[in-house]
Every structure is written in C-alpha cells, then in structure tokens.
Design a protein around this ligand. Structure first.
Ligand code: 3PY
Ligand code: MG
Length: 252
C-alpha cells in the first residue's frame, strides 16, 4: 500500500493518462504496460457500468498506475461503489454549481468530511482501512464542461473536498454553441481552459483537461493523452500506409 501516487505526481509535474472504454482486463493490462500515470475508467461513456469495474481495476494492483474512475452521474451510490471497487480518484461529470460540487465531495469522503459509507471491500487493501487516511488519499475531480459550470468555476474549485477541475472540451464547446473537436480547440474553449487554470490556481487545486501533453505548459496537471479505442483506430492509418506501399510497388 503506497497511497494515491497521483497526488505525489501532481506535486511535481503533469500526470499523463489514458482512457479505458473497452471493458477487458487484457486491454487494461496493455495500458498498464505502456506506463501511463493513470488509467481513467470511463463509466459514463465506456462500454461498462460501475458494477463491472472491479476486475478492470484489479489489473492496476501493485503497479505504478493510479486507477481513476469517471462515474456516470453525480450519484452517491456510484461514487461509493467505485471507491469500494478500488478507485483512488473519482471524476464527476457535469458539475455546474457549488451544490453539485459539495454533493460529489461529500460522497467521496467518510464522516466527518463527508457521507461515504464504510465497507471492508478491496478498497481497504488499496488505500488502507483507516478512514482518516483514506480521506486524505482519495481525490475528487469535478468536471467543468458546460457554460454554467464555467461561469461558476471559481466556487466549484474552492469547494472543500474538491481536489481538482477536469475540463471536458467537447461538452463545453457544445454548450458554448460550438462544434466539438480535437485540440487546438476553438478560441472560446482555449480561453475557458486558461480561466479554469486560473480558478484552480486561486483555490490551490489541480487543473486537468481531456487533451495531450501540449497543455502541460499552460498549467494543466491531469491530462488524458490517448485511449484504448484511439489506439486501435490507428490501425486505419497503418492499413492505408500498407495499401499505399503495395500500390506504389505494383505501380513501379
Ligand atoms: C468532454 O470533452 O466533454 C469529456 O467529457 C471528455 O472527453
Ligand atoms: Mg463530457
């Protein structure tokens, strides 16, 4: 038991992670071998739910990879169950107000910091059995990914128990009336990134973004570099290159 390694990484540099959307331990094992700082298990948009998490999280046991779980909604049961299964960092989508942030933070911590319920599940082997120590190690990241969330970002970042803000650039773009797209984002979204980084700086919490390491220089410290589906889709470019090579050989 080494505690939540991501907390130590954040103190020194940007943490780089990968999304897991495909619920297969063999896929998680490949991501672990790649050496990411964290794997973000996505129960909102991945092909699995909270109750399927445990065998996936187990693959990260005794590795240098911190298991992060995005819960499907800001829900007491979902957050508690993800933590019971061994999540060390909880990502809560669509946080728009201080009340939303308080709900997420409370569900992530035991009394007196919150309302999480204690269970002797594998979580006690991951972050320990002492509620106070677990409260210190667990992290809760609120996703700011709507125009309303952006307007309230200072209050959300300053909510006790919120350890960071993770920006969802796709949903944010849509609620700003823009099409979602890859980085570099539309100027309005890029401006929002700087606004969130500034709010996090004032509140002393970690700013994160669903984008690659280019954004580390802008102050982001929790970045998702790639994901299992993205990596597999690279097969299309490899196939095109192979077809191109065959074509040029037969033409020549
Ligand atoms: C978003 O961009 O909206 C996300 O939730 C992360 O990809
Ligand atoms: Mg989103």
């Amino acid at each position: 038991m080494t505690g939540n390694r991501l907390r130590r990484v954040w103190d020194t540099r940007a943490a780089l992670g990968a999304w897991c959307w495909i619920p297969a331990p063999a896929v998680v094992e490949q991501l672990v071998w790649c050496g990411f700082d964290f794997i973000l298990f996505d129960c909102q948009h991945g092909e699995y739910g909270i109750s399927d998490l445990e065998p996936l999280l187990r693959v990260t046991t005794n590795t240098e990879v911190t298991p992060v779980v995005r819960v499907p909604t800001n829900d007491y049961y979902a957050i508690g169950h993800a933590l019971d299964a061994g999540a060390e960092v909880i990502v809560v989508p669509m946080v728009e107000t201080r009340e939303d942030a308080e709900r997420a933070a409370a569900a992530s911590r035991f009394f007196p910091a919150g309302t999480r319920s204690y269970a002797g599940t594998r979580s006690t082997q991951v972050l320990g059995a002492d509620p106070e120590q677990v409260n210190r190690e667990v992290a809760c990241l609120a996703m700011v990914e709507t125009a309303t969330g952006l307007a309230n970002v200072a209050e959300i970042a300053a909510t006790p128990g919120i350890d960071g803000i993770f920006i969802g650039p796709a949903d944010l773009a849509i609620t700003l009336g823009l099409p979602p797209g890859p980085p570099p984002f539309a100027p309005e979204v890029e401006k929002a990134v700087d606004q969130v980084v500034a709010a996090c700086g004032s509140a002393g919490v970690v700013p994160g973004l669903a984008a690659g390491s280019d954004y580390a220089a802008r102050g982001l410290r929790f970045l998702t570099v790639t994901g299992d589906r993205v990596l597999l889709r690279r097969g299309q470019a490899e196939l095109a290159a192979a077809r191109g090579a065959l074509g040029s050989r037969s033409a020549g």
